[in-house]
Design a binder for this molecule. Structure first.
Ligand code: BG6
Length: 483
């Protein structure tokens, strides 16, 4: 839509940058921390790029003061980070690890010292290994109460200081990669029935946690983050229009409708039920999901859009060989037989990992969510994974600036069009470990000197050009974006 006069970002807009515990902290065995499923999974040969492990990561555990001082220098209003469950409960439940509580208390206090609002993700994929060994982790209903106990422990200890809570990061990614593609723990391939059941357990854990949080009356806000890739129909052929509706229901609204309405979308449910994959839902669960909806905000991790095309029942499925190499064009067309497939978009450039770069897609996505749910939106991740070159001690990442700038311009347009966007988190603040892509795929505003080898580099922090650029954007509350 065209507006002659451009609007501004709201005065209290939360300029943020994000991380996740496993990707930055390191100290994987320190101060009583238990092992997580990722500590084990990365040691299976061939699972991660060049066999990278997160034992040391970028050593945020020891350098958080330096990192938060850099965030303050950049002007961040918020810092989104996740808590490692196995630092709080080394066995996932039972005895509490006071040293873990202390660490996050210090991290939160350090943020508050600089007036940086902490935004906490309760679960960003690093399940305590003990729960996986005891009852299969997310496969069992037992996980629901253990997660609830962990989450409420966090609310008890940090709830007076933390206003923004995110129950889960991208269940649509970690469940799919864990139970259908074998690329995340527990490494199961094509177990469709369990994938949807796991996802249902996560939904119930989310709902119980939202209700428990509200009961505690702490005055903050609680939401959830999904990976969000809005779609276009390949063309105006009616069957491709329907394929888009199938993609939206099965890949997007399957998750968002739980957060927004507390129910699954009907067409997707019927399709999965007919295939024998739909989760088992009790009456009590139905009521619980409804009672917890809507969340206070929808978190979206936005990196790309998808194209939807019809896909016959004997058509392509999920491909196990995703592009984790950084070699453009090595990704394959994937889909759900009998519903849709996702060919590439000839109108959009891509990253070296074949992710379509589509700033307008972010605006479109925010518009779609606003029309459907009319809820506040947190852009909980957005950024560019790229290979950075250190030249004379500097990183000239004009490509990252261009990426973030173009997305922020469209975000501003979305706000003008009525979307209630409250925060924007650049992924990521420092460089960090990309779960499957090692350290060659860098996202940070701050470079960290290390590579895939655990003993490599000084771990020194070097501000990239994008750091200075983002600082200026925050200082002017996004006024100079178009320059
Ligand atoms: C999101 C995750 O899926 O995307 C992050 O929440 C992740 O943890 C980010 O790092 C980028 O993905 P990748 O695979 O490029 O590291």
């Amino acid at each position: 839509m065209y507006f002659e006069k451009k609007s501004e970002f709201p005065k209290d807009f939360l300029w943020d940058a994000a991380s996740a515990a496993y990707q930055v902290e390191g100290a994987y065995l320190e101060d009583g921390k238990g092992l997580s499923i990722w500590d084990e999974f990365v040691r299976i040969p061939g699972k991660t790029f060049k066999g990278t492990v997160g034992d040391k990561a970028v050593d945020h555990y020891h350098r958080y003061k330096e990192d938060i001082a850099l965030m303050a220098e950049c002007g961040l209003k918020t810092y989104r980070f996740s808590i490692a469950w196995a630092r709080i409960f080394p066995n996932g439940k039972g005895e509490l690890n006071e040293k873990g509580i202390n660490f996050y208390n210090q991290l939160i206090d350090e943020c508050l010292k600089y007036k940086i609002e902490p935004m906490v993700t309760i679960y960003h994929w690093d399940l305590p290994l003990a729960l996986e060994k005891e009852y299969g982790g997310w496969e069992s209903e037992q996980i629901i109460d253990d997660y609830l106990n962990y989450a409420t422990t966090l609310f008890q200890h940090f709830g007076k200081k933390v206003i923004y809570w995110i129950t889960f990061n991208e269940q649509n990614v970690f469940a799919r990669l864990g139970w259908t593609l074998g690329q995340h723990p527990p490494g199961k391939i094509n177990d469709q029935k369990m994938f949807y059941q796991v996802n249902h357990h996560i939904n119930i854990a989310h709902a119980k946690t939202v209700l428990a949080y509200r009961k505690m009356n702490l005055g903050g806000k609680i939401g959830v983050s999904f990976a969000y890739s809005p779609s276009y129909s390949l063309d105006c052929k009616p069957e491709n229009g329907l394929a888009k509706a199938d993609y939206d229901d099965l890949y997007l609204y399957w998750y968002f409708d739980i957060a927004g309405y507390g129910r699954y979308p009907k067409a997707a449910y019927n399709f999965l039920e007919a295939q024998g994959y739909a989760p088992t839902i009790t009456k009590e669960e139905e009521e619980l999901l409804k009672a917890a909806a809507p969340v206070d905000f929808l978190g979206i991790n936005y990196y790309k859009t998808k194209v939807a095309q019809s896909n016959p029942i004997d058509g392509v499925g999920m491909d196990l060989n995703a592009n984790n190499s950084g070699i453009k064009g090595s990704g394959k067309v994937v889909g759900i037989p009998g519903a849709y497939k996702n060919p590439s978009n000839p109108f959009l450039p891509t990253t070296s990992w074949d992710w379509a770069i589509d700033p307008k897609g972010l605006r479109l996505g925010c518009r779609n969510l606003t029309s459907r749910y009319d809820l506040p939106i947190v852009i909980s991740e957005n950024g560019l994974g790229a290979i950075d070159q250190l030249e004379n001690g500097q990183i000239h990442d004009a490509y990252r600036i261009e990426y973030i700038q173009s997305h922020l311009i469209e975000l501003k347009n979305a706000i003008q069009e009525g979307c209630d966007i409250i925060a924007y988190c650049v992924w990521s603040f420092t460089d960090l470990l990309s779960w499957l892509n090692g350290y060659q795929k860098r996202y940070g505003l701050v470079y960290v000197d290390r590579d895939e080898k655990e003993d490599s580099g000084s771990l020194d922090r070097i501000k990239k050009d994008s750091f200075y650029w983002y600082k200026k954007i925050i200082e002017t509350n996004g006024k100079d974006l178009e320059e």
